[in-house]
Design a protein around this ligand. Structure first.
Ligand code: HEM
Ligand SMILES: *[C@@H]1O[C@H](CO)[C@@H](O)[C@H](O)[C@H]1NC(C)=O
Ligand SMILES: *[C@@H]1O[C@H](CO)[C@@H](O)[C@H](O)[C@H]1NC(C)=O
Ligand SMILES: *[C@@H]1O[C@H](CO)[C@@H](O)[C@H](O)[C@H]1NC(C)=O
Ligand SMILES: *[C@@H]1O[C@H](CO)[C@@H](O)[C@H](O)[C@H]1NC(C)=O
Length: 338
């Protein structure tokens, strides 16, 4: 009697949690299961070690790989959720997201994801999803180059589809206005703190000239270059980012410590040395985001705490769980490809 009352109560509480989770898009997956850090503890006990060791070797070889892997998780999660859709190549049924404006000639690290997948298929065939590999590799990358550690909720499944149009439209562009960037985060269930904290990912990695050239030169209809950019820094950037040509020349997103995950990205912004327009506008276009930029510049621990929390939130965007999707054998194609 008492026990049946208790179980009814538990069912009621559980239903409320599931409904609340569904309403907010997280932390419950679309299949009704929450992501949990222990997901592979029995089915593939060494999964996390395998990912970490391959990422560690790659980052030791080339520090930028940490940045490239972190960005892959972001570009995956913002397009129909964290479902590995980014990794699918063109095929008869797939129009690859790899050709989108944010991704083409820009995303890196895809071969390393393949390498991790091969190692995991060897250890535990058909078990660890490509979407979870991206989430783990992003966390390991951040930790390896000096950033915070967080437990990665797991149990994502891989999509059977990709969405090139969403990749073009839903991933923010470097010349988007701040309201547009905020709206694109809100579409994913992410707020202002997430916008500023996650932009702090630009404490590592490189950008092509083409992603910020607009800021360096006046153009027809636009009287002057971007005066929120420090003049001396702009002059330095113009050397290798000419008006035309040099599109793929590379520049650190954090000129102070390009391979270290720290809060100097925010200090740069305070002195007009954010590289992308989308970086600098966090200070110049809103008091609320400016306050966060200042807080993170002043307190690296606060930045690390918020960054880790926001990464978990981002990783919870519309995951496929339970019986949804599949665990791909090869991250580049769905299992029944033809
Ligand atoms: C807030 C909106 C954002 C915009 C407009 C933006 C835009 C960009 C652009 C234009 C680049 C340079 C790409 C190139 O020229 O090849 C870049 C690089 C990068 N982005 Fe973002 N990004 C944003 C948010 C994020 C977030 C949320 C993350 C991760 C949590 C992230 C991680 C990175 C990393 C690590 C790089 C360097 C990649 C490398 O060196 O391979 N970005 N981003
Ligand atoms: C995929 O195929 C489309 C259509 O043929 C093509 O336009 C696009 O460039 C291809 N994408 C990639 C990443 O190869
Ligand atoms: C990607 O960039 C390459 C090289 O610049 C270009 O040839 C190709 O058309 C681009 N692909 C798409 C889908 O835009
Ligand atoms: C942003 O950059 C893209 C690509 O270079 C360009 O086509 C677009 O016109 C730019 N938008 C604004 C508002 O400057
Ligand atoms: C654009 O910059 C060039 C070179 O600095 C300068 O000569 C020209 O007057 C500028 N045009 C406008 C409209 O500001």
């Amino acid at each position: 009697m008492a026990s049946s009352m208790i179980s009814s109560l538990l069912v009621a509480v559980f239903s409320v949690l599931v409904l609340a989770g569904a309403a907010h898009g997280h932390p419950w997956g679309g299949g009704g299961f929450p992501l949990i850090p222990q997901f592979y503890d029995h089915s593939c006990p060494h999964a996390k070690d395998i990912v970490r060791s391959i990422v560690a070797t790659a980052v030791a070889r080339e520090a930028r790989m940490a940045a490239s892997l972190l960005r892959l998780h972001f570009h995956d999660c913002f397009v129909q959720g964290c479902d590995g859709s980014l990794l699918l190549d063109n095929s008869t049924s797939i129009l690859s997201e790899k050709g989108s404006n944010p991704n083409n000639n820009s995303i890196r690290g895809l071969e390393l994801i393949d390498e991790i997948k091969v190692a995991l298929e060897h250890a535990c065939p058909g078990t660890v999803s490509c979407a979870d590999i991206l989430a783990l590799a992003a966390r390991d990358s951040v930790t390896l180059v000096g950033g915070p550690y967080w437990d990665v909720p797991l149990g994502r499944r891989d999509s059977l589809t990709a969405n090139l149009q969403a990749s073009n439209n839903d991933i923010p562009a470097p010349n988007n206005t701040l309201p547009t960037i905020i709206a694109k985060f809100r579409n994913q269930g992410l707020g202002l703190v997430d916008v500023v904290a996650l932009s702090g990912a630009h404490t590592i990695g490189l950008s092509r000239c083409t992603s910020f050239r607009q800021r360096l030169y006046n153009q027809s209809g636009n009287a002057a270059p971007d005066f929120t950019l420090d003049a001396a820094y702009a002059g330095y950037l113009r050397h290798d980012c000419p008006r035309s040509g040099g599109d793929n020349n590379l520049f650190p997103l954090d000129l102070a410590t390009p391979t270290k995950f720290d809060n100097l990205y925010f200090k740069n912004i305070l002195v007009g040395k954010g590289l992308l327009n989308s970086d600098q506008v966090l200070l110049t276009q809103s008091g609320e985001t400016a306050a966060l930029v200042k807080a993170y510049a002043a307190d690296v621990d606060l930045f690390f705490k918020h960054f880790a929390e926001s990464m978990v939130k981002m990783g919870n965007i519309k995951p496929l769980t339970g019986g949804q999707g599949e665990v791909r054998n090869n991250c580049r194609r769905i299992n029944n490809h033809y």
